[in-house]
Design a protein around this ligand. Structure first.
Ligand code: FAD
Length: 403
């Protein structure tokens, strides 16, 4: 029996299986190509029809024969996808339906990414309107959900961005405290859906120094203890690394630990809870969240997540890695990387798709073991993770924000 807690699983694989793509390939030698069951044009360019389920194998085979894929076109669509730049903007052509005029118009409507509307020298003074605990009784540490009123200013943002908070007071050198960044946990519309708030998910930092004394982090402690009605100095927004692509058919794999859930809460609200507010974005792809926490009581936003997973079971898959409670098959602690290993076949299959994005967010320590796991699992499959990751990064499909 598997010892994990997966709420719902994705069940529309059959839809994906039916998709077919036209690969345009150059550089396959005549000798090598003789073994292939598709025509070679005089110009040396070959066109291969590939069902979705065989994309991976075909790519490997073409590679082995020394060929280079220059275009991938979803069959039935006129615009080819550039194989070398399958970024979020080009992903829009990867679904199987012809584009209507309305869709084309929609594609052109680009939202500008706002940055540094408020800078440290002239921060926006927001008001705290909500501050509540997210860790249930018996869990470890303190994590708070905070909401600030922005209605007196011009601060606006997109999902995946961060804001800066300047704690009041001075550091040990007598200088004003520097700002700390926090990932935004709400969508652009805010928790009240009126475009006038921003929310954060803040863990109070507490650690032992070399003398064995307990030290509390300056800004996180200030925020976690903030009274409703208090003024807060806010800067930003900043960050373009963690933006959500416009593609409604994308696959979004989210790997989170602890407060790393913040941007993904924003993504999931946008995908599933704000459909009526966003006629331009009706998500129908796959969102897969792998969420690492120490105890069940530390599952931040547990109810919201599980409700969405239940309601949108075809499009949202929720997998927990509860390190102090769940065990891997070989008896180890269950971390996010353990899940990566467990689902490696599926993940590698998904990653081959040009409109799959992988996001990682949380404490710095999560990145090395996850990278090692991807490397080892890729090796098992005769793949080179370093190359794959580099390529994904180039295509704006690999997103990391750790702190
Ligand atoms: C892009 C980005 C997004 C972020 N998003 C979030 C978020 O969504 N939620 C969130 O809670 N935080 C987030 N952070 C972290 C946040 O910015 C602060 O760093 C964090 O809240 C601690 O700040 P502080 O002022 O409380 O701690 P400080 O008083 O600044 O203390 C931090 C310092 O303490 C020391 N320290 C920390 N841990 C230890 C330890 N175990 N042992 C010894 N020394 C230690 C280090 O020198 C560290 O620099 C994010 C950071 C970045 C860069």
């Amino acid at each position: 029996m598997k010892k994990f807690n997966t709420v719902k699983t994705f069940s529309n694989n059959s839809v994906i299986e039916e998709r077919r793509f036209l690969f345009e390939v150059v550089g396959i030698s005549q000798q090598g190509s003789n073994n292939l069951d598709y025509p070679i044009r005089q110009s040396g360019t070959s066109f291969i029809t590939v069902p979705y389920s065989r994309m991976n194998q075909e790519m490997t085979r073409i590679n082995r024969l020394g060929g280079k894929i220059v275009n991938i076109t979803p069959i039935g669509i006129n615009t080819p996808v550039q194989a070398q730049s399958l970024s979020s903007s080009s992903e829009k052509t990867t679904n199987n339906k012809p584009m209507t005029q309305a869709q084309e118009k929609k594609e052109k409507k680009e939202v500008k990414v706002p940055v540094n509307i408020y800078r440290p020298k002239n921060p926006f003074m927001g008001k705290c309107i909500e501050n509540y605990e997210l860790v249930a009784e018996g869990g470890s540490g303190t994590v708070r959900h905070l909401t600030f009123d922005l209605s007196d200013g011009d601060l606006h943002y997109l999902e995946g961005q961060s804001i800066g908070i300047i704690p009041p007071g001075e550091d040990e050198k007598g200088k004003p405290h520097k700002l700390r960044l926090y990932s935004i946990a709400s969508t652009r519309h805010g928790d009240n859906l009126d475009d006038k708030t921003v929310s954060l998910c803040v863990r109070q930092l507490e650690y032992q120094n070399e003398e064995g004394e307990t030290v509390q982090g300056v800004c996180s402690t200030y925020l976690c203890n903030l009274e409703e009605g208090a003024d807060v100095a806010i800067t930003g927004p900043v960050g373009k690394e963690m933006l959500l692509p416009d593609d409604e058919d994308a696959t979004i794999v989210m790997l989170a630990t602890g407060t790393g859930i913040a941007p993904f809460r924003a993504f999931l609200w946008r995908m599933f809870k704000e459909r009526e507010l966003n006629p331009d974005y009706q998500f129908k792809g796959l969102a897969w969240l792998v969420f690492g926490i120490p105890y069940t009581q530390n599952i931040l936003y547990k109810e919201e997540l599980e409700k969405m997973a239940e309601e949108y079971s075809d499009n949202f898959r929720l997998t927990y890695a509860i390190s102090r409670e769940q065990k891997t098959d070989d008896g180890g602690k269950m971390y996010v990387q353990s899940r990566v290993s467990e689902y490696a076949d599926e993940l590698f299959e998904l990653i081959q798709k040009p409109n799959t994005h992988v996001y990682m967010c949380g404490l710095k320590g999560m990145e090395p073991p996850i990278s090692e796991t991807f490397t080892a699992e890729a090796e098992k499959r005769g793949m080179n993770w370093d190359e794959m990751r580099k390529q994904m990064k180039k295509e704006h499909r690999w997103h990391v924000e750790v702190y």
